[in-house]
Design a protein around this ligand. Structure first.
Ligand code: FAD
Ligand code: NAD
Length: 460
């Protein structure tokens, strides 16, 4: 006998799960969401996107107050850091946004079960927790997300931690070693450098930000080095452990490095353990992801979205998939345009991209034109005092259709939205160049890069 019956039971209350639950309720379904943690919002809200951006913002303000305003003729007296207050602000932001999702669940009449969800054969979900229950579900959506990966030889614990610990260090580490120069490493490494740490990166590849346009990543590396971050590229870490009051990190061909804390940021792995996937005939793939068809179906009546089905591991990609999956269920139609999912790394300057990189276009043998425009020639960037970086537009050499846009520069994460919208509507670089952009604004750099792809840039 089931304790309750629902049209849809969602396992996981992160960006994939909670958005799908709300959309399904809007479509008239009787929906429940099972989440282990008391706070809704998943990795993104609790220990990901939001707390990291709160600390990036606070640390940027601190750095600015410590001398970053001199050029503006603004002199600030003694500046001190209250790390506790900075962390409390971050925690308040997380709490407020998470209770916002509770409100949305109530508003949309989504039933919330606190506990661990597990599939128990077709159409059944067991909730394990203080109030165990068995739910009957016409459809089940698995959105259990991901957790930090580690590497052999690295002993996590104490002063050797993942992004979750690096969002709450109780003191500013004297020397922080970051294993992995991907998005997490660069964002959180930037936070702690701004707050006063010496930060050393050990990266296995010969570049940073894998997957990003190589030329833009190389330019980002130069800027980040100038800010005082130290990079050892081509460094394969073999061990990291606590040692006395600090830590020791070893990498092939290098002297061991002693430091105060280690941040392990070498990717994330899907969460599929003890989910009862075998009870409905689902076998995760070699990397642990749940294989799904074009309707996000993994087995009859069982669907999956978000980090647990594979990269890119981004909150907005999980949102898109959750909505599309539910719309398929409700109407027979749903859509995710994987070619126009933007990605942003919130360093200063930010790195943002949408569409294909030059390497991908070369590998595919596609003929393309490139247009670049430096922010030092953009009036708004110069007045902001943030004129490093450039916009790069890649357009089909034959049709002029936009194929990719890559930005290193101020507010790149906001600027990329225009490029994503243009690409979603199949725009050409001519289309982008013909749109009137207000002056002086940062998006003018996007227009100029589009003009450059046509050989007609005005301001360079
Ligand atoms: P998750 O957010 O991981 O949510 C899964 C939820 O399922 C969790 O709440 C978990 O508790 C719950 N769960 C798991 N198993 C069970 C079970 N058996 N029963 C019940 N509940 C269960 N992405 C961006 O787009 N922008 C960013 O700026 C960004 N910054 C990030 C910064 C950091 C430090 C990290 C770690 C990640 C960041 N990400 C960012 C990635 C983003 O957080 C993820 O892509 C996103 O959270 C994935 O959403 P999801 O719903 O698939 O999974
Ligand atoms: P990542 O894949 O971006 O980077 C991991 C890095 O670790 C890679 O450069 C890899 O070469 C390196 N590495 C792996 N093994 C190593 C070893 N033994 N020694 C040295 N280096 C090694 O992963 P991440 O930074 O951990 O982030 C995980 C995911 O979280 C990202 O892929 C992203 O999808 C998501 N995320 C997104 C944002 C954002 O959108 N702003 C922010 C944070 C996280």
């Amino acid at each position: 006998m089931a304790d309750a019956e629902h049209d849809l039971v969602v396992i996981g209350g992160g960006p994939g799960g909670y958005v799908a639950a709300i959309r399904a309720a809007q479509a008239g379904m009787n929906v429940a969401c099972v989440e282990t943690e008391p706070a809704l919002g998943g990795t993104c809200l609790r220990v990901g996107c939001i707390p990291s951006k709160a600390l990036l913002e606070s640390s940027a303000r601190y750095e600015e107050a410590r001398g970053g305003l001199d050029a503006h003729g603004v002199k600030v007296g003694d500046v001190t850091l209250d790390l506790g207050a900075m962390m409390r602000r971050k925690d308040r932001i997380v709490k407020g946004l998470s209770s916002g999702i509770d409100f949305l669940f109530k508003k949309n009449k989504v039933t919330r079960y606190l506990g661990r969800g597990r599939l128990d054969g077709p159409g059944r979900v067991v909730v394990e927790g203080e109030e165990p229950r068995t739910l009957r579900a016409r459809h089940v959506l698995v959105a259990t997300g991901s957790r930090p990966a580690s590497i052999p030889g690295v002993v996590l614990g104490g002063r050797v931690g993942t992004s979750t610990e690096a969002l709450s260090f109780p003191e500013v580490p004297g020397h922080l070693v970051v294993i992995g120069a991907g998005v997490i490493g660069l964002e959180l490494g930037s936070v702690w450098r701004r707050l006063g740490s010496r930060v050393t990166f050990l990266e296995y590849l010969d570049r940073i930000l894998p997957g990003t346009d190589a030329d833009i990543a190389m330019k980002a590396l130069k800027v980040l080095k100038r800010q005082g971050l130290t990079f050892h590229l081509g460094a394969r870490v073999t061990s990291a452990r606590e040692d006395g009051e600090g830590c020791v990190v070893e990498a092939e061909g290098m002297e061991p490095i002693r430091c105060d804390r280690v941040l392990v940021a070498v990717g994330r792995v899907p969460v599929t353990e003890d989910l009862g996937l075998d009870t409905v005939g689902i076998t995760p793939d070699r990397k642990g992801f749940i294989p799904v068809d074009e309707h996000f179906q993994a087995a009859p009546g069982v669907f999956a979205v978000g980090d647990v089905i594979g990269p890119p591991m981004l909150a907005h990609k999980a949102h898109e998939e959750g909505i599309a999956c539910v719309e398929f269920l409700a109407t027979g139609y749903g859509h995710v345009d994987y070619d126009t999912i933007p990605a942003v790394c919130y360093t200063e300057p930010e790195v943002a991209s949408v569409g294909r990189t030059e390497e991908q276009l070369r590998d595919a043998g596609m003929a393309y034109r490139t247009g670049t425009f430096p922010f030092r020639a953009n009036g708004r960037a110069v007045t902001l005092g943030m004129a490093e970086g450039e916009v790069k537009v890649l357009a089909d050499a034959r049709t002029d259709r936009l194929l990719g846009v890559h930005i290193l520069g101020p507010r790149a994460g906001d600027l990329i939205a225009e490029a994503a919208a243009a690409m979603a509507f199949g725009a050409s670089s001519e289309d982008l160049a013909r749109v009137c952009h207000a002056h002086p604004t940062l998006p003018e750099a996007l227009r100029e890069a589009a003009l450059a792809a046509l050989g007609r840039a005005i301001h360079v």
